[in-house]
Design a protein around this ligand. Sequence first.
Ligand SMILES: NC(=O)c1ccc[n+]([C@@H]2O[C@H](COP(=O)([O-])OP(=O)(O)OC[C@H]3O[C@@H](n4cnc5c(N)ncnc54)[C@H](OP(=O)(O)O)[C@@H]3O)[C@@H](O)[C@H]2O)c1
Length: 266
Amino acid sequence: MNTLKDKRILITGASSGIGKALACSLAAKGADLILSSRNLEKLRIVSDTIKSDPATKHEPYIVSCDMSKTDEIKNLFNECTRNQGKIDILINNAGIGVYGESDLTTMEDHKSIMEVNYFGAVQCMQEVLPQMMKRKEGMIVNICSVAALHGVPYLGAYGASKAALVALSQSMRAELSKFGISLLVVYPGYTETDFFTNEKKVGNAFRPKRPYTPVQKVANEIIRSIENNKKELVLTLEGKALAITRAFLPGLVRKVMKKMAYNLTV
Ligand SMILES: NC(=O)c1ccc[n+]([C@@H]2O[C@H](COP(=O)([O-])OP(=O)(O)OC[C@H]3O[C@@H](n4cnc5c(N)ncnc54)[C@H](OP(=O)(O)O)[C@@H]3O)[C@@H](O)[C@H]2O)c1
């Protein structure tokens, strides 16, 4: 089991939801955190929460960065290297959503979701890899989605951005193994966060009814997978069922998706 004590971990999208829960739990395990997102005020609140815990060993370092801006990502890594040195683990967590009919989703929406969910993560990996390759150690964690296992109605643009990240992660995992760098792909299912208030809505489709998985449970499972050097983590019962049935019963999956498409519109 990998110990996370004193490990320097960069989390993108650390100002809320899964990123914030990961930050608080990793800090409690003695990790040395770099927290990033666009909103410095929100990052400060996360950092203050962590610092108020008497068990905290390292004060988090916070950097504002918009994942759709290449110069800001470059600056994030320059600043990290200058002020913090090496990064042991990169968690590509920042993400946005678009929910609704794929044909009504504008080209601007298709492009902006790829900018953040895919190209932002790609650039972060390219920025961090030279130092990890030099040291011949490191870990990358890409937060993808159950919607990347198989296309899900009304999550076309979102699922495409996450599926692109899954495919790249699988290629990179193979390429990076000779450098001692591991890559974990996480497929969360519905998780209770602000994601659904922040996402762009298109058309009339609505989300499946709650309850969704509590965010702390998701963070705990991700951390356990990092500690155990796992390669893939599929969350939620529905996610696990989809991962199995898409291989063995593809016709059933198509039927369920078709029913879902009918049920989630007026
Ligand atoms: N919640 C779910 O059901 C669910 C399911 C599957 C996968 N996921 C994935 O889990 C990850 C975390 O989502 P969440 O549920 O925790 O949602 P969330 O609460 O909305 O958090 C999203 C995070 O991403 C950051 N972010 C958004 N756009 C950004 C940009 N352009 N540049 C930098 N940071 C940006 C936000 O911070 P700022 O606004 O401060 O920039 C925030 O910290 C995402 O990748 C999401 O796709 C979520």
